[in-house]
Design a binder for this molecule. Structure first.
Ligand code: AMP
Ligand code: MG
Length: 392
């Protein structure tokens, strides 16, 4: 049995950054950027008015002064004439400032009578002018490789005139549930059957993390059925099996991984929940066996699959980051395995339910964090600082 840290680093060692694909900007939200995006122009590309009003010359800004309006300029147009002393140009939001003008008198502060305006209030230089390049300048790197694109990134990239973007292809993940007792939701369970649940939670997480999860038919607890399911699973970047990874008479995952030439990386990890975990690789496909218990499978997915998918995508944003909070209740001494306890974080206080059984989906569903306890860690008291990870 190896430690959690060793298992994670062995698993990540198996993964390579996968290939790039080009997508339209409108389809790029949530994808991992694989190019450095450098602006090729200033934004805004010209000095522009930020209000409706009158473009003024430097000398003409005194309250009470009268100016002749010699033209009009709206967004998308330009004023090509020259503006002399004693003159102004009617201007609208987004229009380029006429040459020789450098401030805007907003229309609320002017009275216009037959092409003559009277300035009502004082105007300072650059008032209501968005200077060329005030948002960003040409040549500036605005986004780095490896970011997961958010909606505001997309808007910024659109303003930079990027219609297409290089992003990582979404990894394909095949999900195989194993067990004679399982049915998929929507079927009628016999008295000795249960409904596959973590399968669906897993697919939801995998998709959320930027990969594409495919749920394959359930493999029954015999070698032939599992081999058949695994045959359907490849090609995929990652194949996940759920359950059947312990050492019981009905657990075949380890054996069948061997049969199909998966080169083992590790088997069994000193952690709770989820000791029976294994991983390996065959050609370009990574194979991972997760425990069957609903909570174990989903917690292990968080701890292992999330950073694994992150590495395949070429981003560090999916790495789990330890934070600290104050315990809301006392905790007994921990046993020999590292323990990831389902917990509820509110403000900076972490409440840890006493029932940590790895079959309790109702407890997991109310949790938003995993408290971390090191092997053999001594008892802790309410108010002590404790490390935790956020749950998605
Ligand atoms: P196993 O690791 O196959 O021994 O499974 C451990 C426990 O998890 C058993 O009680 C299984 O019935 C249950 N289990 C296995 N796979 C799933 C699944 N996909 N959804 C819900 N429960 C499961
Ligand atoms: Mg089983």
């Amino acid at each position: 049995m190896i430690s959690f840290e060793q298992a994670l680093s062995k698993l990540l060692f198996l993964a390579k950054k996968i290939d790039i694909e080009v997508v339209k900007i409108e389809e790029a939200c949530g994808r991992v950027l694989r190019e450095e995006t450098i602006s090729t122009r200033d934004q805004p590309p010209f000095d522009a008015s930020s209000m409706d009003g009158y473009a003024l010359k430097k000398l003409d800004k005194l309250p009470g002064k009268k100016l002749l309006v010699v033209g009009k300029v709206a967004a998308g147009a330009s004023f090509d004439g020259s503006v002399l002393e004693g003159q102004a140009v009617r201007i609208f939001t987004g229009a380029p400032m006429p040459t020789g003008t450098n401030s805007v008198l907003i229309q609320e502060d002017a009275v216009e009578v037959e092409n003559v305006i009277t300035i009502q209030d004082k105007v300072e230089e650059n008032d209501f002018v968005r200077k060329k390049g005030c948002d960003y300048k040409a040549g500036k790197t605005l986004l780095q490789k490896g970011v997961i694109l958010k909606s505001f990134d997309i808007a910024l990239l659109a303003s930079m005139n990027f219609p297409l973007l290089n992003v990582t292809r979404r990894p394909i993940v095949s999900i195989i549930s194993t067990g004679d007792e399982l049915i998929f939701p929507g079927n009628s369970p016999k008295p000795n059957q249960i409904v596959a649940s973590n399968t669906y939670g897993l697919k939801a997480l995998i998709n959320k993390w930027g990969a594409i999860g495919h749920i394959l038919p359930i493999a029954r607890d015999n070698k032939t059925s599992l081999e058949k399911a695994l045959d359907l699973a490849v090609p995929a970047d990652l194949v996940i099996t759920i359950g059947g990874a312990s050492v019981g008479d009905h657990d075949y995952v380890n054996e069948v991984f061997n049969t199909i030439n998966v080169k083992h990386s590790f088997y069994k990890v000193a952690m709770r929940p989820g000791k029976p975990i294994l991983a390996g690789k065959n050609k370009n496909t990574i194979f991972m066996g997760l425990p069957g218990n609903p909570v174990s499978a989903l917690v292990c997915a968080h701890l292992f699959l999330k950073p694994l998918i992150g590495k395949m995508l070429g981003t560090v944003e999916l790495n789990n980051i330890e934070k600290k909070a104050y315990l809301a209740n006392d905790l007994a001494e921990n046993a020999g395995r590292k323990h990831f306890m389902r917990a509820f974080l509110k403000n900076d206080s972490l409440e840890i339910p006493s029932d940590q059984d790895s079959s309790l989906l109702s407890v997991l569903q109310k949790s938003n964090a995993l408290a971390i306890r090191q092997p053999n860690e001594k008892a802790a008291k309410k108010g002590d600082l404790i490390s935790y990870l956020e749950l998605d």
